[in-house]
Design a binder for this molecule. Sequence first.
Ligand SMILES: [Zn+2]
Length: 297
Amino acid sequence: MSVVFRLEAPYRGEYALHRLTFGGNGPAAVAMVAGLHGNEVNGIQALNLVAGMLRVMRPKRPVHLLPCVNSIGADEARKRWPFDDRDINAAFPGDPEGAPVERIAAAVMDATDAELCIDVHSGATTVREHPHARVPLSGPELEHARAMMLPVVWRRRGDRYEGGLVGAWRGAGREALQVRGGRGLALDMDDATTLARGLVRLLAHLGLISHQDTGTPSHDTDHVQDYRSMAGGFFVPEVQTGERVVSGKLLGLVRNPLGGEPIEEIRAHKAGMVLAVRVYPMVHAQELVVRIAEDAT
Ligand SMILES: [Zn+2]
């Protein structure tokens, strides 16, 4: 493990950006980043599982892992950089002479100089997401997402012009995609393990390690439907992430938080797989309660 960047932090010692590198010499093949949002700990666990694999099966070319970029936020269970409450993911491509988040962003760009870059996130603290890759409608990122065999591949219109770290990587000529699973503030072991297995499958697909792990092809779709509460209230789900649903299936009920009377039924309009479920039940009008990765038609 090496420290690739340091920042003097008033009163609290210093911030250090840590990187683990596995495998031979030459330009890096892959870089994986987690913990850009400090409270999204599933990515930290996923990259540490990948590190455990790479310690025993040395990749043919260097693979960089940055398991916890926003370590000070992680210590405080916070998504953003604590000192000024800025989102590091909104600071890319960064500025070595700029504000702390901009300097960290620039250091992350330097430390991830690889052909293929992957950014690992959790869902919001209120919403659990089934492990999935977010990619453009076509191109090498889509091929690599499919090789991971995560439960869902979400092909997104406009993803080519994604902002944040993924957009900055693409702007620097690197292939880049985002994978996500679980929710913020929680360690969802199954989701973290699923993400790690997908990342290891991708390294095998790229010929960097020899590893056999059969999987099932992803639920691959460019149609993802958000279901929102019209009324607001206390949302009680009737489905779990990863569950298959048919059209008309009851996804959950919005109830009166005082007395429990049903206020609103949320039903699926189309068949698909449950990609996200609200786990914090208090919901305001227009907030997400369920997200369905619809079957391709
Ligand atoms: Zn995030």
